[in-house]
Design a protein around this ligand. Structure first.
Ligand SMILES: Cc1cc2nc3c(=O)[nH]c(=O)nc-3n(C[C@H](O)[C@H](O)[C@H](O)COP(=O)(O)OP(=O)(O)OC[C@H]3O[C@@H](n4cnc5c(N)ncnc54)[C@H](O)[C@@H]3O)c2cc1C
Length: 433
């Protein structure tokens, strides 16, 4: 593992830092970031996010890793990560445009036609298009290849019928990156096809899904005879599994690399220390209590281990390799640790833990985290799925029992007999087909 920048990386970092220092305010590193699952961004927040993106674009800092013909800087993936680390040091509008510039953008770069890239990528980089990722369905989450949202060919267009759930940013996305089933008679991984869809087209309805904390972050999206031109298909017909894997690979990679910016545990740990200094245990400051000190030390060790595991992901990339299952360890451990930190904060507070919002210590960040953090153990692959990846790919354990080879999707049991909110009353076996 090598923690140092190469001379070229250090020069790039200096350049990025200089621009950010001149164009933004430094961020207080102790500040806990606002919960990602609070509320949809306001019109002002959207506008601020688009303006910040445009400013970066005009200065040549948007899409560090994207090719110049699509408005990018033509840099390396390592430079993109350095930029991400440096951008975290300054105050920026909420990251509501991340999906398009992140994994969806990279997927289009890898699998889009030159015409599609020209049409969607430069406006995305300029902050004009917000995106969402339309993969999960009721009955197809962990086993996302079991999805049933149907696309049927009609001349030079497709008719889409089905639904997607847990769609982050769905309420304000301009476009969605959609995976559909185009061949129910083939094996489940072989009959998928990807499209870009206009989220405001007739035939698309976007419903709010509420969180336990009253916030909104995702949507339930229904497609009722949405027509999509064949020109908006991404990748070959029935090759959608390969295309979608690119999206998932980038998603996991960026989560794995994210911890290198100190995002994991750092601010929460500072708050826990301050809280412990103010709370009492057995008639003295909780910071003097051996059991509290041990818990805090254990969190500090875990947070450091996570940061270093992220560095391992980065080192692999910086040396031209493809990151392995380390990203699964980072993601799973970060989610568990965040949840445990929130629980411990409330434990320390005692009766004050029952307060909420601005009445609570630190405006209720621990209370909010308690309700939000379980989401992190599900999003981007649940703990159990990450454990399977670690077991099979890191520990070399035998593979999970795969479904019988060649079994047509149509004949596969799926989703535990889930019933469709679109109306058909029978338990679904193969969705809209
Ligand atoms: C915050 C958040 C944001 C999200 N954003 C998006 C988004 O933008 N777009 C999108 O398409 N989706 C999104 N999702 C959906 C997410 O990808 C799914 O929730 C996730 O993949 C799990 O699928 P599921 O909810 O259907 O649970 P299921 O797959 O039904 O799992 C239920 C339980 O069974 C366990 N389980 C399932 N299979 C196995 C197995 N093989 N071995 C062991 N245990 C198993 C799971 O671990 C889990 O505990 C988001 C989810 C969250 C929480």
């Amino acid at each position: 593992m090598d923690f140092r920048d190469s001379p070229e990386e250090a020069a790039f970092r200096d350049q990025a830092r200089a621009w950010l220092t001149a164009n933004a305010t430094p961020r207080d590193p102790a500040q806990v970031e606002p919960g990602v699952f609070e509320h949809w961004p306001s019109a002002e927040q959207m506008q601020a996010a688009r303006a910040w993106q445009r400013r970066k674009f005009d200065a040549g800092w948007a899409g560090v890793f994207w090719p110049p013909e699509y408005g990018g800087r033509g840099g390396t993936i390592m430079q993109q990560i350095i930029w991400n680390q440096e951008e975290r040091r300054v105050v920026t509008p909420p990251a509501v445009l991340l999906m398009g510039q992140g994994h969806v953008g990279y997927t289009l770069l890898s699998h889009g036609t030159p015409e599609q890239k020209q049409r969607w990528l430069p406006p995305t980089l300029r902050g004009e298009y917000a995106w969402c990722q339309l993969f999960s369905e009721p009955g197809a989450g962990s086993d996302f290849a079991a999805l049933a949202c149907a696309a049927t060919r009609e001349g030079d267009a497709w008719r889409i019928r089905g639904e997607k759930i847990w769609i982050s940013d769905g309420a304000y996305a301009d476009f969605g990156f959609l995976v559909t089933r185009t061949d129910p008679d083939g094996p489940k991984h072989k009959g998928l096809t990807c499209f870009v869809v206009d989220m405001r087209a007739p035939g698309v309805s976007v419903l709010d899904v509420r969180h336990p904390n009253g916030g909104s972050h995702f949507s339930h999206v229904r497609f009722e005879d949405l027509r999509v031109a064949d020109a908006d298909r991404v990748g070959a017909v029935n090759d959608g599994w390969r295309v979608a894997l690119t999206t998932l690979m980038y998603e996991r990679f960026f989560v794995g690399a994210w911890g290198s910016s100190g995002a994991f545990g750092g601010p929460q740990l500072r708050h826990l220390l301050e809280l412990a200094a103010k709370c009492e245990r057995n008639g003295r400051s909780a910071l003097q209590d051996g059991a509290v000190r041990q818990r805090l030390a254990a969190f500090a060790v875990r947070a450091k281990a996570l940061t270093h595991m992220s560095y391992r992901v980065l080192t692999t990339v910086s040396q031209g390799g493809i990151p392995g299952p380390e990203g699964s360890i980072v993601k799973m451990e970060f989610a568990r640790m965040s949840q445990e930190m929130a629980n411990f904060g409330l434990e320390l507070m005692g009766p004050e833990a029952m307060l909420a919002g601005t009445d609570a210590p630190w405006d209720g960040v621990f209370q909010a985290a308690l309700l939000e953090n379980p989401c992190m153990r599900i999003a981007g692959g649940t703990d159990e799925i990450q454990r399977t990846i670690i077991g099979e790919r890191l520990l070399g354990l035998p593979q999970e029992q795969p479904p019988p080879k060649g079994l047509p999707f149509r004949d596969m049991p799926r989703g535990g007999g889930w019933r469709s909110p679109l109306g058909d009353d029978a338990p679904r076996r193969s969705g809209a087909f």
